[in-house]
Design a binder for this molecule. Structure first.
Ligand code: ATP
Ligand code: MG
Length: 677
């Protein structure tokens, strides 16, 4: 199969000299040496890095440093890093940096949904606000080990709330502020939270979301299900921001429902709170937070991360993958409601003492130049976004980008889905003007931080490949029988050893944890993704195992077919799914979204079939193509192929749709389904 990658494999992009010269890791030789040490002497390697963080009780040695069982046949799966240590992530993120003299440094530039709205907060000020909110939580009776639900927009108070939880040892469970009441209720009860922190509402582009009303409804559902949520802290956010232009008359944003004995205004309870609050020293293996996965492949899993390992790993991956330098302005566009936001908006940047942008808005409001405008405004040097955002912006053409200078940019990174080479090149050439390394980071909610990623000063990149493992990560590619493949190969992507940031359990369901990640291939952590290793040892993540298909005995990944389709300049996005076929076993059913203004015609269909034939081979030519005005995506922006598969097969049972961003597109696609044999 590898011949199909031939042309791609040979395209190399060495790190630019300007980045390399000052980088933490300057060459592949240096990377290999560090990597070798991280595998052969994990304790020595990680302990040295841990010296950059403060531990009240030290990381420990031997089994106290690292102790694990990855083999489901040998007993329960368990992973412990630094189990006798004690520390606090809030202390490391704030107090420790202030003590080091960073008090006046800006921690966040906040950029609102509307370009008029902006603010900034220093490390010292953030520390004081966090202490105040910690005192508030304590006063409300929140104790170490209690679970706190947070459903806030991308505002500084979200960071304040999460750090306040960790300061006092409470466990945060953050739910993205765009869920329906039902989905929110399910997440609150699953996590057993008794208190929720939210806001009156938020503008997302031109859309107003009445968060408090959704939360009220969700709490009622929780109470009915026997889970009393008896406290709700509400941030008054809407009156302090500029409304999006098209607020209709009579759309009174100041109205929120109120329950006297349950609801509290954030500003009321913060008024008299003290800006000093002692730190609770917490055991290294105590729970830090739980967070639900995106739900691309099924019902979301409540992933549990613990303190010391996650802290060390988020610090290390932020520093090395983005080659963090003191004068950087970092911007990760992900919502904190997803793992990318946890690790690379809040924890990684703050632990490193970095200045970041916290963005409340969307890429296309007020116009599709917003990202580039924000980059110029704050002189962003490291930018981290998703392939889905890149593809959306590509649709609007280069002119939107070229209106802005972008001269501050040094590194461009991506996460979330395989990035197709077409989007990679656009990101590299149009956005980065060929001077910024592209850092394609592969990881999962479960992995806590990057597990396969280039290092910008060291790695020669190839468009579409996440390249090599991060320190401490040992990937392998397995065949159907669980045998490790060597050399050029394709199969299941697994990991052989734990790294500090790996999840510890599925909250309240250790059985599901073992079943989902460790049973299929005993002795390995199974990612659920497929991958290919090329002749130079580069790893190419090809997509979900569930999304692989077998056409007349040829194993194909959806990513490969989609890449070929979107190479056509008329195509903005495409999704390929497997469909049963009486002779071939499976065939391809593809959904195609043309670029704005391009009509979907028979001629285009023919062109696309020819393209796939030429790029991949005759066996991969799609049997069915359907016009899709847009594609069903998770709220974090990933294509939901499991739903498209059901549409193609006209199966009305769509499974868990709680993370589906827009139901209406599903109905439309169902209606216009192409007749199949
Ligand atoms: P669920 O587990 O509920 O189905 P999810 O897997 O989409 O949801 P996340 O943890 O947010 O939830 O996403 C991790 C997945 O995203 C990976 O398993 C992989 O499929 C995909 N992914 C992330 N980054 C990359 C990347 N750089 N290249 C390829 N795929 C990526
Ligand atoms: Mg997943």
């Amino acid at each position: 199969m590898t011949h199909r990658l031939g042309s791609l494999c040979d395209e190399h992009y060495p790190p630019p000299r300007s980045i390399q010269q000052s980088a933490h890791v300057k060459s592949m030789e240096e990377y290999r040496l560090l990597y070798e040490e991280s595998i052969s002497q994990p304790e020595k390697f990680w302990k040295k890095l841990a010296e950059n963080l403060y531990f009240k009780d030290p990381p420990g040695s031997g089994e106290d440093f690292l102790n694990y069982n990855f083999d489901a046949n040998a007993g329960p799966i368990s992973i412990q890093w630094m189990r006798t240590s004690s520390t606090n992530i809030c202390y490391n993120a704030l107090d420790y940096n202030v003590e080091k003299g960073l008090g006046d440094k800006v921690a966040f530039y906040w950029e609102g949904n509307h370009p008029n709205d902006e603010a900034s907060i220093t490390y010292q000020a953030l520390l004081e606000e966090v202490c105040k909110f910690s005192n508030v939580l304590l006063k409300l009776g929140v104790k170490k080990g209690d679970k706190v639900a947070i459903c806030l927009p991308m505002v500084v108070e979200l960071v304040i709330a999460m750090l306040a939880c960790t300061r006092i040892g409470a466990i945060h469970s953050i739910v993205f502020g765009g869920f329906s009441a039902g989905s929110l209720a399910e997440r609150i009860t699953d996590a057993k939270c008794t208190i929720i922190i939210t806001a009156d509402g938020v503008w997302r582009g031109k859309k107003l979301i009445h968060l408090k009303a959704i939360v009220d409804d969700a709490i009622e559902r929780c109470v009915k299900a026997g889970f009393p949520v008896n406290q709700c802290v509400v941030l008054k956010h809407l009156p302090r921001v500029t409304s999006a232009v098209d607020v209709g008359v009579g759309n009174d944003i100041s109205q929120v429902g109120w329950k006297q004995d349950r609801d509290l205004w954030w500003h009321d309870i913060m008024k008299d709170a003290s800006p000093k609050c002692p730190v609770e020293w917490i055991n290294g293996e105590d729970p830090l937070f739980m967070l639900f996965t995106s739900g691309s492949t099924g019902k979301p899993k409540g992933v549990m991360h613990t303190l010391a390992g996650y802290m060390l790993y988020s610090w290390a991956t932020f520093k090395y993958s983005f080659d963090y330098q003191e004068d950087d302005v970092f911007w990760c566009t992900a919502d904190i409601g997803w793992i990318t936001g946890h690790t690379y908006v809040t924890y990684g940047p703050l632990l490193n003492g970095s200045t970041s942008v916290l963005f409340e808005g969307v890429p296309y409001y007020p116009d599709p130049g917003r990202f580039w405008a924000v980059i110029d405004k704050y002189k962003v040097s490291k930018f981290y976004t998703s392939p889905t955002a890149i593809r959306t912006l590509m649709k609007h053409g280069e002119a939107e980008v070229r209106k802005y200078s972008r001269s501050s940019l040094k590194i461009l990174a991506t996460v979330g889905e395989p990035i197709n080479p077409e989007a990679w090149h656009w990101y590299n050439h149009v956005v980065g003007e060929d001077r910024c390394p592209i850092v394609d980071t592969f990881w999962q909610t479960e992995t806590g931080g990057h597990v396969i990623t280039p290092l910008p000063g060291a790695t020669v990149t190839k468009p579409g490949s996440a390249t090599f493992p991060f320190f401490g990560v040992v990937p392998a590619i397995l065949d159907d029988n669980g045998a490790e493949l060597s050399g050029e190969c394709e199969g299941f992507l697994v990991f052989k050893k734990p790294w500090p940031g790996i999840m510890r359990t599925v909250y309240g369901d250790h059985e599901r944890f073992e079943r989902t990640y460790f049973r299929k291939f005993p002795g390995y952590y199974c990612t659920g993704d497929g991958a290919r290793r090329d002749k130079d040892g580069y790893i190419w993540v090809t997509g979900r195992i569930d999304d692989m298909l077998n056409v007349s005995g040829h194993l194909l990944s959806t990513a490969e077919v989609e890449s070929a389709l979107v190479e056509d300049p008329c195509v903005a996005e495409a999704a390929a799914v497997a469909h049963p076929h009486p002779i071939k076993g499976e065939c391809l059913y593809c959904f195609v979204t043309p670029v704005d203004g391009i009509p979907y015609t028979d001629k285009l269909e023919k062109e696309l079939r020819d393209k796939v034939r030429e790029k991949i081979g005759p066996f991969a030519v799609p049997d069915y193509l359907q016009y899709a005005p847009s594609l069903p995506k998770t709220r974090s922006g990933k294509i939901m192929r499991r739903i498209l598969r059901k549409i193609a097969q006209s199966d009305p049972d769509l499974g868990d749709t709680s993370t589906l961003a827009d139901e209406s597109i599903v109905v439309l696609l169902q209606k216009n389904r192409v007749a199949t044999a």
